[in-house]
Design a protein around this ligand. Structure first.
Ligand code: ATP
Length: 618
């Protein structure tokens, strides 16, 4: 048991090193601030050690009239009258306390400032890093867990650094300093006092290790709770429509109870640890008082020395008691810091390749050369896809659900990289372009466009940051959105509710089209942009899309084959392969899968796309 505890305690040291090393660039920038705060901390500790000395001199020098007790530096005291000596020593009590307060203020303020600055930079880095991590990462990590790491974990690290780590350092220095002075006064008594440390370290390290484990479990459960809550709130319509409350409440209760129990376990351990330290301390104090009083009777020590010993020990109790608690808190903060670092250590799979350059303004030719891809290495989604399209061509991607159409579009955006083959824009592999400069030239409108909870104007300018009001309005007019925006209470300044919930599906799509239009992209991807819209909305959105895609290389993913008849090129995709390609008349003449699907749709005018897919899959 003890071995496990020691192992855990040892874990704190590599954990702290890992955090210091990872955040070193931010810490280094504040060398001066941190250095001067540490210096103030040392000064404060030294003044703390001096605190009982005036009392010793009052006892031995004034009350017992001893003259051989002053060190050389205070030799002048021997010539002073007792009254002057008393006044001087009383004044020194105040002076030491005042100086101690000043140095404590300087060290605490300096360290707190440095910690706030370092950790706010770390938090910004973490936020930016999470945004840049590949979609494959985001599919693996739940959003609630990531949110907890950016908010709760960093906040705890900040609080513990300010409120615990600095006092912890002060406590360690105080204890070491006190031990030094105790040895100088009487080695035997000092040894007795020190004897508690191995006992103390072994018992506490074991418990601290357990606290750390429990806290880690507790943090993970809290992350799971955040996840469940955000998932439920995100899908509240479905929850209410399907009356899932009872079932979800039940699941939540299980998670909540588990987290509560883990929290209680770590709290129990922390309280136990505190009690244990108190008992150990009382034992030492009793022994030292007994032994030192005997030494005074033998004239080896003066009563003033006993005062110093008892004062130091009593003063050290607090730091020692705190140390055990602080080690527990630091262990928790280290777990938090490591959770943040774990994320920072993830390399985005999709990133700028060495030597990548900023993309020139694209003409818009796109080619896929033997492109294969699978989300999971054991399951290929796209198989050896080959095609080349000219700038400004309009391409439709059709085929059954799950055939890989959206995946193909995702690869063009470099949301994922192909496992084999290459994708070229204007004759160059897209991995040779800087990622941002590639994505900035591609506009995307999805089936369910997500808007942000900011004004409509800002939502549109997210398409091209820095766009003027006139450009926003121009884009909105092109997207058939200007009129309905003007009918809203605050027009372009109307703040959209979370994920655009206050607008209709058609209105959201038109704002998304305006957001795409403001980019003036040479390449446009439309992923079922009109699915789920009613007739009137669909018409308005289609009109907007026609304007958006004019002159741009366009990839439209659609289940509605009538909507793609006029396209320059249609790819019929099935099971990750382009089975048929050509214009509508060419494909109809081929009388293959596309023609079969087209006829099915035409014959069954009222059959919805899902219905058609079932027919196809059958
Ligand atoms: N993020 C992902 N992780 C793992 N598998 C995925 C992921 N996204 C899609 N898939 C799988 O890849 C296959 C192709 O999906 P994709 O969305 O590209 O098809 P699609 O042709 O666009 O379908 P739909 O017409 O229904 O949108 C499907 O089997 C799907 O389950």
């Amino acid at each position: 048991m003890i071995q496990t505890g020691e192992k855990e305690l040892k874990g704190i040291i590599p954990g702290s090193w890992r955090i210091l090393a990872r955040f070193w660039p931010q810490i280094r920038q504040r060398k001066l601030l941190i250095g001067s705060s540490l210096f103030a901390l040392l000064a404060e500790t030294a003044l703390g050690l001096l605190e009982p000395w005036p009392l010793k001199f009052i006892f031995d020098g004034v009350l017992l009239s001893k003259t051989d007790i002053y060190p050389d530096i205070l030799g002048f005291a021997r010539g002073l009258s007792p009254l002057w000596l008393l006044a001087l020593l009383a004044a020194s009590i105040v002076a030491i306390a005042a100086l101690r307060s000043v140095t404590a203020y300087l060290s605490t303020y300096g360290m707190a400032l440095a910690a706030i600055q370092v950790l706010s930079e770390v938090r910004s880095n973490l936020y930016s890093h999470i945004q840049r991590l590949s979609l494959s990462f985001h599919q693996r990590f739940k959003s609630g867990d990531l949110i907890a790491r950016v908010t709760y974990d960093i906040e705890r690290l900040r609080l513990v650094t300010i409120k615990t780590a600095l006092p912890f350092m002060a406590n360690v220095v105080t204890i070491v300093g006190m031990m030094g002075v105790m040895f100088w006064l009487n080695w035997e008594l000092a040894l007795i006092s020190i004897a508690i440390f191995p006992l103390f370290a072994i018992t506490t390290s074991n418990i601290v290790g357990k606290i750390r484990k429990e806290t880690n479990k507790h943090r993970n459960s809290e992350g799971a709770i955040a996840d469940t809550t955000s998932e439920t709130i995100g899908a509240i319509r479905v929850v209410q429509a399907l009356s899932l409350h009872d079932m979800l409440e039940q699941n939540f209760l299980i998670q909540n109870t588990k987290s509560l129990q883990e929290g209680v376990r770590s709290l129990k351990l922390a309280i136990f640890l505190e009690g244990l330290v108190k008992v150990l301390m009382a034992l030492v104090l009793a022994f030292v008082v007994w032994r030192s009083s005997l030494l005074v009777l033998q004239k080896t020590l003066t009563p003033g020395d006993v005062l110093i010993f008892v004062n130091y020990l009593k003063t050290a109790f607090d730091p020692m008691r705190q140390i055990s608690k602080q080690i527990g808190q630091i262990a928790k903060a280290i777990a938090s810091g490591e959770r943040a670092i774990d994320i920072l250590d993830y390399e985005p799979h999709v990133r700028d390749f060495p030597g990548a350059t900023k993309a020139h303004p694209f003409y818009g030719s796109v080619s896929f050369q033997d492109v294969s891809f699978g989300y999971d290495p054991n399951r290929q989604i796209l198989k050896q896809v080959n095609f080349a399209v000219e700038p400004g061509q309009q391409i439709a991607l059709v085929g059954p659900s799950g055939s890989g159409k959206s995946t193909l579009a995702s690869l063009l955006l470099r949301l994922y990289d192909p496992t084999d083959g290459g994708i070229l824009i204007d004759g160059r592999d897209i991995r040779s372009y800087k990622l941002d400069s590639l994505r900035q030239q591609i506009s995307v409108v999805m089936q369910d466009s997500v808007l942000f909870a900011v004004s409509i104007r800002e939502n549109i300018t997210y398409g091209r940051l820095g766009a003027t009001d006139a450009e926003v309005e121009h884009a909105a007019r092109l997207a058939n959105a200007h009129d309905f925006i003007m009918d809203l209470p605050q027009g372009y300044d109307t703040v959209v509710s979370e994920r655009g919930g206050t607008l209709s599906g058609g209105q959201r799509q038109r704002i998304a089209i305006a957001r795409a239009a403001i980019r003036h992209s040479p390449i446009v991807i439309l992923d079922e942009p009109t699915t789920g819209l009613d007739g009137a909305s669909e018409h308005a959105v289609n009109e907007a899309l026609n304007r958006l895609t004019q002159g741009s290389t366009t990839f439209l993913i659609s289940h509605n084959l009538r909507a793609v008849e006029r396209f320059d090129l249609i790819f019929y995709i099935e099971k990750g392969e382009i089975l048929e390609r050509g214009t509508h008349p060419e494909l109809m003449a081929q009388a293959g899968r596309y023609a079969q699907l087209y006829r099915l749709q035409n014959d069954a005018n009222n059959l919805d796309p899902q219905g058609i897919e079932h027919v196809l899959e059958a």
